[in-house]
Design a protein around this ligand. Structure first.
Ligand SMILES: Cc1cc2nc3c(=O)[nH]c(=O)nc-3n(C[C@H](O)[C@H](O)[C@H](O)COP(=O)(O)OP(=O)(O)OC[C@H]3O[C@@H](n4cnc5c(N)ncnc54)[C@H](O)[C@@H]3O)c2cc1C
Length: 393
């Protein structure tokens, strides 16, 4: 199998690389390099820059703004975006609900929602998980009862990422409690401004506010906001979750993080320590192997006729998340004791963190990135998929 890029693919890579170099706003790039969180405005601004260039939704069909790129071109685009670094487009619209509306929604829903997703005029969040229904998602209990031309929704979602900014939420709701659990679920689009919705933050171990609980109390949803057929939501959810896993290896992001770790380690003299160099080299070797595996999956995709998610994407998810976490561990080691600055609160004093400024975001980033082995299907669930679909156990 030839894993080298063709001259056309190299030309495409150069074009994409130059675009990212010249168009990512400087303050956004600086935040990404330093590991500081982006705010809503950074994300919306970047999405609109991409949309203007026609690259906001490259994986969609051309008629809805897509690019008809080959799997290799898509790979190059994602890798260059992560290397730049540029913000990853918010997945909830572009990679989740957008493709579901394209595949299963009606014309009216496509016209109403797709252009607004591409331009991030509507911020979407994902209402799947519930207390007691995460890995076992089909056990979800949020109820949608049909009353005339409305559904009345009651229940609770949890871990809802960035729901505090959301205009819309796509939700899996139980419409037939008597049916087998996978068969009584529907896929609803709900306006977050509807009376009866409450969003409560969950503050995470890094001190951030990224996830939320969302409560529904007699929320009225017009039936026109049902996607596809009633009680067929599980089929659409499986389609969506298959899309969520692809691209999760984030090879470019880990390369960019390692670059940063090495630069900082040089600055503090840690690169002179052979033991630290060994640790960096071990992660780099794993990353190279992951890159080769990803290229093999991408190359094989060229020849695949079916569009089903490749079970090998589970391997990419596990290895990719482990490497992403390893890069945050190396960064902590570079900062040493300054990775966890402790500033005792004292009245009338507002002291900067102890140690260099670059060290301050490292511990929060380390804690925050524990999430990548949980969401998108936990790594244990990915191992189950590999056992069944690849090893045939
Ligand atoms: C930062 C973050 C953001 C998230 N954002 C969203 C979001 O926007 N929208 C949304 O709907 N959800 C979101 N989630 C939820 C995420 O999808 C779930 O956390 C995930 O599916 C796991 O479910 P759970 O947390 O209920 O854990 P559980 O399913 O209760 O699992 C607990 C532990 O048991 C293991 N386990 C469970 N079942 C098995 C099994 N069959 N075999 C082996 N091990 C098993 C799991 O791997 C895990 O280690 C987010 C989660 C995180 C951490």
């Amino acid at each position: 199998m030839d894993l080298r890029f063709t001259p056309e693919e190299i030309a495409f890579r150069d074009e994409v690389r130059a675009f990212f170099r010249d168009n990512v706003p400087a303050k956004t790039r600086e935040k990404l390099i330093a590991g500081r969180p982006l705010d809503k405005d950074d994300i919306v601004t970047w999405q609109r820059i991409l949309n203007k260039r026609g690259w906001a939704v490259p994986n969609w069909p051309v008629e809805w703004g897509g690019q008809n790129w080959s799997p290799v071109q898509r790979y190059i685009f994602d890798e260059e975006m992560q290397l730049a670094p540029a913000p990853q487009p918010l997945p909830f619209g572009v990679s989740m609900v957008g493709p579901v509306i394209i595949a299963f929604g009606n014309e009216q829903q496509k016209k109403r929602f797709l252009p607004r997703i591409a331009n991030l005029d509507d911020w979407w969040c994902q209402g799947f998980s519930e207390p007691g229904a995460g890995s076992d998602l089909a056990s979800l209990k949020t109820r949608a009862e049909r009353k005339g031309d409305r559904y009345i929704v009651n229940g609770q979602k949890t871990w809802t990422t960035l729901a505090q900014y959301a205009d819309w939420i796509f939700c899996l709701c139980r419409t037939d409690p008597a049916a087998k659990k996978q068969e009584g679920i529907s896929f609803l689009l709900i306006d977050m401004k509807t009376p009866g919705i409450t969003v409560r933050p969950i503050v995470t171990i890094d001190g951030g506010r990224e996830v939320n609980e969302v409560f529904f109390d007699d929320v009225e949803v017009p039936v026109e906001n049902l996607v596809g057929e009633e009680n067929k939501g599980w089929t659409y959810a499986k389609f969506l979750l298959g899309n969520e896993r692809t691209g999760i290896a984030r090879v470019g992001l880990s390369k960019q993080r390692l670059r940063r770790v090495k630069a900082l380690a040089r600055e503090v003299g840690l690169m002179d320590d052979p033991r630290f160099r060994e640790k960096v080299a071990a992660v780099e070797v794993e990353l190279k192997a992951l890159e080769m595996t990803q290229l093999r999956v991408v190359a094989a995709e060229r020849h695949r006729k079916d569009k089903k998610p490749d079970p090998f994407s589970s391997i990419l998810k596990i290895k990719g998340s482990e490497i992403q976490q390893a890069t945050t561990e190396l960064a902590l080691e570079v900062a040493g004791p300054y990775a966890m600055p402790y500033v005792p609160p004292q009245e009338g004093r507002n002291e900067p963190p102890i140690g260099p400024e670059w060290a301050a975001p490292l511990a929060p980033t380390y804690f925050n990135w524990r999430k990548v082995s949980i969401y998108g299907g936990s790594n244990e669930i990915q191992r189950n998929i590999i056992a069944k679909a690849i090893l045939g156990l």
